[in-house]
Design a protein around this ligand. Structure first.
Ligand SMILES: Nc1ncnc2c1ncn2[C@@H]1O[C@H](COP(=O)(O)OP(=O)(O)OP(=O)(O)O)[C@@H](O)[C@H]1O
Ligand SMILES: O=C(O)[C@H](O)COP(=O)(O)O
Length: 394
């Protein structure tokens, strides 16, 4: 990575404003998955050991510029204190006199967590006054929030213009792994793209078609491709206005010599429900009043074979409605193949694919699970991430 990192600055005795992505799933005030908090620990611990005064900032949810009591970071501060084995002070605001007062009491190695930065309308507007108010709290800016790096917000981008600005270890690792996959991949290189909609994956399919050896399509978006081949898809998800685009992707794959894999069979259901009637049908035999909610067993075998023969696999988006057990087998089969393929480097784009490998208990077997859903997708589309661009060059 051509950006400076925490290793390139002397943080001893300095106040460090460290943006992290503690946007964790919560239920009734309790954190249901602390992966993102744990992922930031190496940077936080390093800063503590180096004698910095560590001021952490994060968003949680989408409060839209207002204080939303359930989206305060108190539970996050408690969890972080447990993980660090050290009390983390939490302020009820993210800038201003009370915050400055709390920071003035910090000793080297102390950790303080600011309130949810999205309680302020200036955050998402990337307001320069708010960015300056954040910058006033510190001497150095560290961005370790890969999950929010695709957002040009005051705490992810704006602040970097007013302080020396470097990347944390998580940010560095994410950029290196995803960057290497796209610029210098081990081959055969396979991308697996699933999820609900073609619309959300246009950019990533376009970009990956220039880079991969194999492109595997699954999930709800696959049926627009099936339709583009001229088959009936019943009540399966269809984006009528993307049929031509799907055709052009298949043509482009042919031109580029990319093997384009689509489902050959599907699990269809008579309604969208966990207790629906289901059956397996060939891809050209989807009944008119049924919908395809998962890839079928032959497709699972086919995709497994491609995965086993790959040196690098990047996966974004589930193969079916994995939240319901009846339609989880396709996603599970892909996760299991990645777990079994020990010579294959597996990169899981964040979001639902990461949730799926967690759900199946296979997370430990993956080589890299990105902490960024939207961020990893934009990175794979070949876009520059504003939170990274704003950091100081080496
Ligand atoms: N065949 C299908 N029919 C309908 N929905 C499907 C089908 N296959 C997968 N899905 C749904 O797609 C959703 C996931 O797609 P989505 O594009 O939202 O997430 P993603 O690709 O993992 O990206 P993100 O990183 O944003 O989470 C899941 O909720 C899943 O149930
Ligand atoms: O969960 C995420 O993908 C990041 O924390 C970014 O959140 P956002 O989509 O609300 O900006």
């Amino acid at each position: 990575m051509n950006k400076k990192t925490v290793r390139d600055v002397d943080v001893r005795g300095k106040r460090v404003f460290c943006r992290v992505d503690f946007n964790v799933p919560m239920e009734n005030g309790a954190i249901t998955d602390d992966t993102r908090i744990r992922a930031a620990l190496p940077t936080i611990r390093y800063l503590m050991e180096q004698g910095a005064k560590v001021i952490l900032a994060s968003h949680l949810g989408r409060p839209k510029g207002k204080v939303v009591e359930e989206l305060r970071l108190n539970a996050v501060a408690r969890r972080l204190s447990e993980l660090l084995g050290k009390n983390v002070t939490k302020t009820d605001e993210a800038y201003g006199d009370a915050v400055k007062e709390a920071i003035s009491k910090m000793n080297e190695g102390d950790v303080l967590l600011l309130e949810n930065v999205r309680f302020y309308p200036g955050e998402e507007k990337n307001d320069s006054e708010l960015a300056k108010a954040f910058a006033e709290l510190a001497d150095i800016y560290v961005n370790d929030a890969f999950g929010a790096a695709h957002r040009a917000h005051a705490s992810t981008e704006g602040i970097a213009h007013y302080l020396p600005a470097v990347a944390g270890f998580l940010m560095e690792k994410e950029i290196e792994v995803l960057g290497k996959a796209l610029s210098n991949p081990d081959r055969p290189f396979t991308a697996i793209i699933g999820g609900a909609k073609v619309k959300d994956k246009i950019g990533v399919i376009e970009n990956l078609l220039n880079k991969v050896d194999n492109l595997i399509i699954g999930g709800g978006l696959a049926y627009t491709f099936v339709k583009a081949l001229g088959h009936e898809i019943g009540k399966s998800l269809l984006e009528e206005d993307k049929i031509e685009l799907a055709k052009s992707f298949m043509e482009k794959a042919k031109e580029k010599g990319v093997n384009f894999y689509m489902p050959v069979d599907a699990v269809v259901a008579d309604r969208f429900a966990k207790d629906a009637n289901t059956k397996v049908v060939a891809i050209d035999a989807i009944p008119s009043d049924w919908e395809a909610l998962d890839i079928g067993p032959k497709t699972r075998e086919l995709y497994r074979d491609v995965i086993m023969k790959s040196k690098l696999v990047v996966w974004n988006g589930p193969m079916g409605v994995f939240e319901m057990d009846a339609f989880a087998e396709g996603t599970k089969a892909v996760a299991q193949a990645l777990a079994d393929a020990v010579d294959t480097y597996s990169v899981i784009g964040g979001g639902d694919s990461a949730a799926a490998v967690e759900k199946f208990g296979l997370a430990e077997k993956m080589d890299h699970i990105s902490t960024g859903g939207g961020a990893s997708l934009e990175f794979m589309e070949g876009k520059q991430l504003p939170g990274v661009v704003a950091l100081n060059d080496k």
